[in-house]
Design a protein around this ligand. Structure first.
Ligand code: FE
Ligand code: CA
Length: 475
């Protein structure tokens, strides 16, 4: 069970009926009615609203109930489901504030490879009781079953790489059996977007990573998108049978935070230069082709239309991949990131500059390390000059293994736009936002390779309203 996409009048309540979760769900081949209740108290004596929705066979018996909750804006609420004699556990959720709100706490998190670590970070998220959580992608990983004990494999997917709807459903079910992930969903509403591993590593539009997969990739992607919708508490229609599926959207938390959530996978041009990683050769000319896009033209227009236009104190772009310039002496180290799409990046940063968008924050994940950067418009390659326009907070992975060795920390922090980085730990970022300051507190798991590890504070980073710069509060 989960909740998500709250606005000031309603929130999406999600569940799926699956008595045999790892083998197709185990439900009879018929639709089933589900009662949902939302209340002001855990005892459900003060029920705000309730309703019945049908869990349909074609949706794998998942439901997305829009729980309208009158006179509850900004309030903590509790929800549960009932089918026949069975009553679910109780989840905590919250509506967005209608208008004026002076403070909010929320989590940004991403990248939970089930095989590469335990979800201890989610236990800590649940204990923090944030107002909401923003999920920046890689909710599942598509990898085949690995062997426990090989490298950093602590548990196994147990099944081959998913290629069809049934297999993607079972993969989601496996992840959702994790008790710490369940606790984080039951602690607060989530805003969810995807990255690549919800389908396949580093895919771009309808171009798979492995060219041999091309003939079947469109139908595979379709199945993956449908399974994603079936398993996330999103305020979205199911994906169409063919064609594109729009998940980018704009949300707000009262007059404090406006947030534009992006999809940097579905509309992108294929990675330049054969997507070579960690090459120190100068970037190939294709990189700078101004017709290449990461967002696609429609989404780019949506960014221009929504970022800075919501009348909020802070203006957030929540998306998947690192936006800071981390090129090295003219080399693009990772063509999958914004560095591989510099023209598109500059268009967005110029929007922030030209329209004097105040207090712009970019949230990112993907790279399995924690980082903080000051983003600059009109910067030359390498980011040594330019006009500061936004602060980027990169959350580390919940459990996915590090991609950049910790011994590279000095190199990472030497990039001109990078303020600080922490490469050795898993975790997430806990943001506390007021009108005057944005504080990003980096929580790190001592070791995600053992169950029930300790979670503690790394540094906190403070942005003062009106100044695109970062102060470090070392703990
Ligand atoms: Fe990842
Ligand atoms: Ca990714």
């Amino acid at each position: 069970m989960a909740s998500g996409d709250p606005d000031a009048t309603s929130v999406v309540l999600w569940t799926r009926l699956a008595p045999d979760p790892l083998h197709g769900g185990g439900m009879p081949d018929q639709d089933v009615d589900v009662l949902w209740e939302i209340a002001r108290d855990t005892e459900f004596t003060d029920v705000v609203n309730s309703g019945i929705v049908t869990a349909r066979v074609e949706d794998a018996h998942s439901i997305h109930a829009i729980a309208t909750s009158p006179a509850s804006e900004g309030r903590q609420l509790f929800y549960r489901f009932r089918v026949g004699d069975h009553i679910s556990q109780t989840g905590r959720t919250r509506l967005a504030p209608a208008d004026s709100v002076d403070t909010a706490t929320f989590v940004s998190a991403s990248c939970q490879n089930y095989q590469q670590g335990f979800f201890t970070a989610h236990r800590d998220i649940a204990e923090q009781q944030p107002d909401f959580l923003v999920w920046l992608g890689d909710y599942i990983y598509e990898g085949a079953a690995a062997t426990v004990g090989d490298g950093e494999i602590v548990r196994t997917h147990g099944t081959p790489e998913p290629m069809d709807l049934a297999a993607y459903r079972d993969r989601y079910a496996l992840y959702k059996l994790d008790e710490h992930l369940q606790a984080a969903h039951q602690a607060c509403p989530w805003f969810v977007i995807w990255d690549d591993h919800e389908v396949e590593n580093n895919y771009a539009g309808i171009v798979p990573q492995d060219a041999a997969d091309a003939p079947t990739f469109v139908s595979r992607r379709q199945a993956a998108y449908r399974a994603w919708w079936e398993h996330q508490p999103v305020r979205l229609d199911p994906p169409p049978e063919t064609g594109e599926y729009r998940i980018y959207r704009a949300v707000r938390w009262g007059d404090l935070i406006g947030m534009t959530l992006l999809d940097t996978r579905q509309y992108r041009s294929d990675q330049a230069c054969l997507d070579v990683v960690l090459s120190t050769a100068p970037a190939c000319p294709e990189t700078f082709d101004p017709t290449r896009t990461l967002t696609g033209p429609d989404q780019e227009q949506f960014i221009v239309d929504t970022v800075g236009s919501q009348g909020t104190s802070w203006n957030v772009i929540a998306q998947q991949i690192v936006m800071a310039d981390v090129t090295l002496n003219g080399a693009v180290l990772n063509y999958d990131q914004w560095d591989g799409y510099p023209s598109n990046r500059e268009q967005i940063l110029r929007h922030l500059e030209d329209n004097a968008v105040p207090n712009a924050i970019v949230l990112s994940g993907d790279i399995h390390l924690a980082g903080v950067a000051v983003l600059k418009a009109q910067a030359s390659m390498g980011g040594a000059d330019g006009v500061p326009v936004a602060v980027e907070f990169v959350d580390t992975s919940i459990s996915s293994s590090g991609l950049v060795p910790p011994s590279f920390a000095a190199v990472v922090t030497s990039f001109p736009e990078i303020v600080d980085a922490e490469l050795a730990h898993r975790g997430y970022t806990l943001h506390t936002v007021t009108r005057e300051t944005w504080t990003a507190r980096y929580r790190i798991v001592d070791s995600a390779l053992v169950p029930e590890s300790t979670v503690s504070d790394y540094n906190s980073y403070i942005v003062d309203a009106g100044v695109p710069a970062v102060r470090i509060a070392v703990t």
